[in-house]
Design a protein around this ligand. Sequence first.
Ligand code: ADE
Ligand code: ZN
Length: 319
Amino acid sequence: MQLPKAELHLHIEGTLEPELAFVLAARNGVELPYATTEELRTAYLFDDLQTFLDLYYALMAVLRTEQDFEELADAYLTRAAAQGVRHAEIFFDPQAHTARGVPIGTVVEGLGRALDRSEEEHGISTQLIMCFLRDRSAASALETLDAAKPYLHRISAVGLDSAEVGHPPAKFREVYEAAEALGLRKVAHAGEEGPPEYIREALDVLGVERIDHGLRCMEDPELVKRLVAERVPLTLCPLSNVRLRAVDVLEDHPLRAMLDAGLVCTVNSDDPAYFGGYVGDTFHAVHEALGLEREQLRTLARNSFEAAFLDHDEERRSR
Ligand code: ADE
Ligand code: ZN
């Protein structure tokens, strides 16, 4: 039986499976530079975050209409339900769509159609987290927050993703302040490829409540102490770390050491269509590769509900 769990680090665009990409490409008259789904899959060999992002953004060309976003989210929720997910806090990247002429309203309303049916159809409660692309300007992030204002009833939090190194959290201080003033909660990717200092900055300058990845905190014992003392949740993505070469093999992943250190770790799938597994597969993989026992897997699942943006009543209902 799959453990009930919350998924807190999931990019909806990263759930675009090759089969759906081809269906949407045909429907929207978009030409893909691959003849078959198998050929596309052979492109899923990445050297680092950037080589992945290049393909991830390119393939988004097939996502054009509300229906496309609805089908994308529905496909994810169907798979997630089968893997024990009861609550999902889902990232989306509005700038990756608005830059191609797809309005933010198309994205949010399309995703929203699937999310509105999710509890009933899949038994999964959902929230949306709007991410700013950190390799674009702070001004572009502010414009995005402004464009999102008519849809804030559908958005719980803001996040920060895309190419990390060279784009420290402090670049986005102003937009995070504005988001907080609008009542949005705050998370950020930090310490995936970037240094431990970016994790500190995300906490101290942006005031985030969770760190997405946070892997590189392990290089800084003082930072680990602080994360433990403040119970800052980390949304780790072990399969992503292997595919993007942050670690060589899953057996080398520091998850066990992180749990032993007392960090509030959660395990998530990041971009499951690209990285070889959804969140239940990830639990299974860390169990096998790191020899995590049932009790540690339970801790990871419990942490996921503790770290979720649920109130306590909702948290009890979803477990
Ligand atoms: N966008 C999608 N997946 C990402 C990741 N793992 N890191 C940063 N940005 C992303
Ligand atoms: Zn991510």
